[in-house]
Structures are given as structure tokens and as C-alpha cells.
Design a protein around this ligand. Structure first.
Ligand SMILES: *Cc1c(COP(=O)(O)O)cnc(C)c1O
Length: 401
């Protein structure tokens, strides 16, 4: 794909070597289209939204509304008012735990998560369970890193009112059979939040086809800026939920005796939002649409196959996460070598990977490793970069063996 020139950062050098950026599951690089749109907006269009009667404020408001509409299309929601701008996936999940969980779950009710959740989709539910006396159940995975669907189904009980589950695992790459999970959960009477932080960069998301109750993702992992994320929620839930934070821009009327709240999405967007970042996110949606999902899938799947093949041939290397359905990331360990040492040697070769527990300590525990090295690919990565990775891993072996 001829996209590398769209990303200024990919021309960088790191430790004197051409940057090979393979940490896309942590955050993606930004195309010039996003950077330029944000700069243009700050230089020539910037003003606050909602409050101003003057022209620039009205134009800013309109631009942000247009991004909400583009986001509606991006996830195929029915209405733009079902799209809430948050600071990221983490805040979106905390919002649902606080505004939906606190209000509708009662002592003794149950929440199901999975063993492969990012801490962001684990800790908020755990805290809610402690606060309200709920039971947190964990759906197990197998040694390929796949969710055990029949075990999941067995966990669904009369008092299971909520399921919070990831669409794609950030530590293993596993793509969960999310439609089936949602169907089973609804059948048992549970509402479902899907953590789409790792899915939105790789798959076409269709919240109406999935029929999920909530879906969230982060701007910075889909080639947009940090500081902005998206929560989709079904209108009837958003209308019934209480606000998450209180302040300006989320009220209908305020009086010392009683305040009434605005309708969604404003109800959940207290305070001045990340205006510039929202504008940047809009440019990221446009950019992704221009590239197209088909081209993204074809390239990323090809890279994943190529890299899996190449890494598998390295002696002592074990891939952690070998699910049938996988997104383009590979977690691995090298026999007797700590992942941080791998990361450090690769850094000297100009290669950026992630080494650590990836905010998924239970996954590390399952596979009995303290950490993994993780190479995660975007559509701008190339076979040559995979070759560079393989070569550098051989260097690691030379140094530490
Ligand atoms: C990155 C990530 C999150 C958290 O996203 P933030 O942008 O840090 O809020 C949650 N879940 C998964 C699966 C992730 O990969």
C-alpha cells in the first residue's frame, strides 16, 4: 500500500536507524491529514462550541456536530445522539460502569467479563462490584487465547444483568465471536458493553448488526489524536442513565433547588470538550474511509501471516495467542530472555515494540509468563519491516545466548 508518505512520523530515525514502528496496538501514528486538519483548525477556525453567538463559535459547533455524524456512520449507529465523546475507551467504560452500573445493578446481581480483558475493562467493574455487592464472574480462555464460548454460556445466570467484553484482545490478538456473545447475553437478559479499542482500527464496526448495548474505542488507536474517544450507547439506555459528570453544557436548567439535565449526548459531555481533538478524529474517520476496509484487511492479514510464519521459525520463540481469528498483532516470548531485554535490543535497531504485561495481568498469569514482547501491525507496515524485526530478534539471541 502506498500510504507511508501520508505519515510524517514514519520517516523518523530512532537510535540512528530508520524507525520500524510496531507498537500500533498501544497507539497509532497520525497521517498528515489529521495533523494538518488540527493545525488548520487551531490557526484559522478555533473557537469554543455551543456558547458563542459569534460566527467562529457557530462554525466550531457545526464542525463538531459533523464529526459526531461521521462517527455515527463509522459505527453505523441509528442516531448521532447515540454517540458520546469521551477522553478515550477507558473513560467510556468508566462512564457506563458509573452511570448504568450504579443505577441499574443491585446487590447480588452479576457481571461477566472475560479472562482476556484489558485492565480498563476489568478494574471499573471490579470496583463497582465491591461498591454495590455484585458478583464478578470471569469467562475463561483456552491455551490458544480463545474464549471458551460454552463456558461463557454456562456463566450466564438469572441475575446476570451485564456483560463487558473485548472485541479484540490487545495482548493476544484474538477476535472474539462478539455477535454470538451478544446474542447469548441478550437471551439471558444481560446488557452488553463491547470494548472495541483494538477492533475499531482493524475491522468495520457495525453496532446495529452486532446489536450491542454499548461500544467504545479510542481516537489515538485509529490514527486520530489522544484525548478523545467514543462511546456508542443505545438511545433508550442513554436516556435512562444518570449523568456521569456534572457541570456546564450538560444541563437544561439550573436552579439552587433543582437542576434538570440535557438530553444525550450533551447529558454525558459535561464541560468544554476536546474540541481540537474531536476535529482531528473527524479527519481520521475520513482518512480511514479513503483507504477502505478491504485494503486494510488484505494488507494486515497478509502481514500477520508473513510475520507469524517468519517468527515461528526462530528457535526458542513461542507465540502467545494463536487463535483461529486474529487481528494483526503477535505476542511472543523467547526462551530464557526477558521481554524487556528483547525490547531494549530492538530499540537499538530502531524497532519499536511493546514489552510488558499490556495491562492484562490475568492473561500473563494464564500463560505463566511475567510479560511478553508484542509486535503489532498497522496497514502502513511492510514485509521489509517484518524482516528487520526477525533480523533483530536473531541479534537478541546472539547477545543473550
Ligand atoms: C488501549 C485499550 C484500552 C484503553 O484505551 P485508552 O485509550 O487507554 O483509554 C481499553 N481496552 C483495550 C482492549 C485497549 O487496547
Amino acid at each position: 500500500m502506498r500510504v507511508r508518505e501520508d505519515f510524517p512520523m514514519l520517516e523518523s530515525r530512532m537510535n540512528g536507524k530508520h524507525l520500524v514502528y510496531l507498537d500500533n496496538a498501544a497507539t497509532t501514528q497520525k497521517p498528515a491529514a489529521v495533523i494538518d486538519r488540527m493545525t488548520q483548525f487551531m490557526r484559522h477556525e478555533y473557537a469554543t462550541i455551543h456558547r458563542g453567538v459569534y460566527t467562529f463559535s457557530q462554525l466550531s459547533t457545526r464542525e463538531c456536530d459533523l464529526v459526531r455524524e461521521r462517527c455515527r456512520r463509522f459505527v453505523n449507529a441509528e442516531r448521532a445522539s447515540e454517540i458520546i465523546f469521551t477522553r478515550g475507551a477507558t473513560e467510556a467504560i468508566n462512564l457506563v460502569a458509573a452511570s448504568f452500573g450504579r443505577k441499574f445493578l443491585k446487590k447480588g446481581d452479576e457481571i461477566i467479563i472475560s479472562e482476556m480483558e484489558h485492565h480498563s475493562n476489568l478494574v471499573p467493574w471490579q470496583a463497582l462490584c465491591e461498591e454495590k455487592g455484585l458478583l464478578l464472574k470471569v469467562a475463561p480462555i483456552n491455551d490458544k487465547g480463545e474464549l471458551l464460548l460454552d463456558e461463557f454460556e454456562k456463566l450466564l445466570a438469572a441475575r446476570t444483568y451485564f456483560v463487558a467484553i473485548t472485541h479484540v484482545s490487545n495482548a493476544l490478538g484474538t477476535i472474539n465471536p462478539i455477535r454470538e456473545i451478544i446474542k447469548m447475553s441478550h437471551h439471558a437478559g444481560a446488557a452488553v458493553l463491547v470494548d472495541g479499542a483494538q477492533a475499531a482500527p482493524h475491522l468495520k464496526v457495525d453496532v446495529r448488526d452486532l446489536d450491542c448495548d454499548f461500544y467504545c474505542f479510542s481516537g489515538h488507536k485509529i490514527y486520530g489524536p489522544t484525548g478523545v474517544g467514543v462511546l456508542y450507547g443505545k438511545a433508550r439506555h442513554l436516556e435512562a442513565m444518570d449523568p456521569y459528570q456534572y457541570g456546564g453544557d450538560m444541563i437544561e436548567s439550573v436552579d439552587f433547588k433543582k437542576t434538570t439535565f440535557a438530553k444525550p449526548p450533551a447529558k454525558f459531555e459535561a464541560g468544554t470538550p476536546a474540541i481540537v481533538e474531536i476535529i482531528g478524529l473527524g479527519a481520521a474517520f475520513d482518512y480511514l474511509q479513503k483507504i477502505g476496509w478491504e485494503a486494510i484487511h488484505a494488507h494486515e492479514n497478509e502481514l500477520l501471516d508473513y510475520a507469524t510464519q517468519a517468527l515461528s521459525q526462530i528457535p526458542g520463540l513461542a507465540i502467545i495467542g494463536t487463535a483461529q481469528e486474529k487481528a494483526s498483532l503477535i505476542s511472543f516470548v523467547l526462551d530464557g530472555i526477558h521481554p524487556h531485554d528483547i525490547g531494549t535490543v530492538l530499540d537499538q535497531e530502531g524497532i519499536a515494540i511493546r514489552a510488558g504485561h499490556h495491562c492484562t495481568q490475568p492473561v500473563m498469569k494464564h500463560f505463566k509468563v511475567p510479560a511478553t514482547a508484542r509486535a503489532s501491525f498497522a496497514f502502513y507496515n511492510t514485509r521489509e519491516e517484518v524482516d528487520a524485526l526477525v533480523k533483530a530478534i536473531h541479534k537478541v539471541l546472539e547477545i543473550f545466548r
